[in-house]
Design a protein around this ligand. Sequence first.
Ligand code: NAD
Length: 328
Amino acid sequence: MNMMITGAGGYIGSHAVRKAINEGHRVIAVDDFSHGFPEAIDPRAIVARANIENTELMSDTLQTHSIEAIVHFSAYSEVRESITNPAKYYLNNVARTIKFLEAVKESEVKYFIFSSSAAVYGEPLYTPIDEDHPKAPLSPYGRTKLMVEQILSDYSQVAKFKYTSLRYFNVAGASPEGDLGEAHEPETHLIPIVLKVALGELPFVQIFGSDYNTPDGTCIRDYIHVEDLVQAHFLAISFLQLNHSEVFNLGSERGFSVREVIETCRRVTGKSIETREEPRRVGDPAILVASSIKSRTELNWTPKFPELDSMVLDAWNWHRKHPKGYRS
Ligand SMILES: NC(=O)c1ccc[n+]([C@@H]2O[C@H](COP(=O)([O-])OP(=O)(O)OC[C@H]3O[C@@H](n4cnc5c(N)ncnc54)[C@H](O)[C@@H]3O)[C@@H](O)[C@H]2O)c1
């Protein structure tokens, strides 16, 4: 299949490009490199350094390469920044996606896979969270994801494509080969931050809130290995070949507290990792754990690396080799 992957130089996109090519697809890798890294993209991909808002260029690229499927990762994804600078998020994640969809609408694209997020749910009313849980995002970032889900529904009525919105919980880990990994600048995700402390790149881990109503007082999150996450995207394309548009959660269905994650990192790295307790942050729910029953039954998705230890170990192998990210 001829496939376009946007955000291809980013953390998840780079793993998806590798996987797509290994599965025999031809990949056009789009990224403006506002955050991602050209070095992260498999050299077998055709790279288009471009912003998805360039409707004309995207239209030409879709046509020239007879693209049948799009995996749309490109977005800004720092929740805190979206609160302080909402315009940046509505512009990049929503307005630019609309400009991109204007190109897709006129193309022969049949399948569109969208990176949504658990952030669409907001404060959980119950756990595990299934796809029917009410949507009440707590940040502009979460709202941009929900808006694009709704916009896709509208576009799929007038375009030739069907779509899936995949709501990721906390993505973690790195390629088991150790050459692709998580390098956000700035890094806001817990596991890479803890590993940077283990490497001496950061002085301590901040624990935001230790008085939550959880067994050890810290927030609980559901972690999913990036390789398992990426696999679900290809299953979603196969699903769309036979079915209508759908929305799926992607999580491991197990929750780990911040302290448990730090303890796992200590065990895997053999390093003592200093922590500092800070007040709660606004908008952090106590517990976010997915129900992925729908993905397991309808996509036939089975995570291969559900253990937190394997996520941390793969991430650690990458961070040790790349203490300053792709630039080291
Ligand atoms: N990492 C997670 O835990 C997580 C969880 C839920 C959802 N998501 C979503 O998954 C997607 C990928 O996340 P990631 O962690 O790989 O992020 P990332 O920042 O590593 O990658 C995003 C990539 O998109 C590119 N990009 C951004 N705006 C662009 C534009 N307008 N045109 C072209 N390229 C553009 C960036 O340069 C970057 O390479 C995002 O949509 C994110 O919101 C991620």
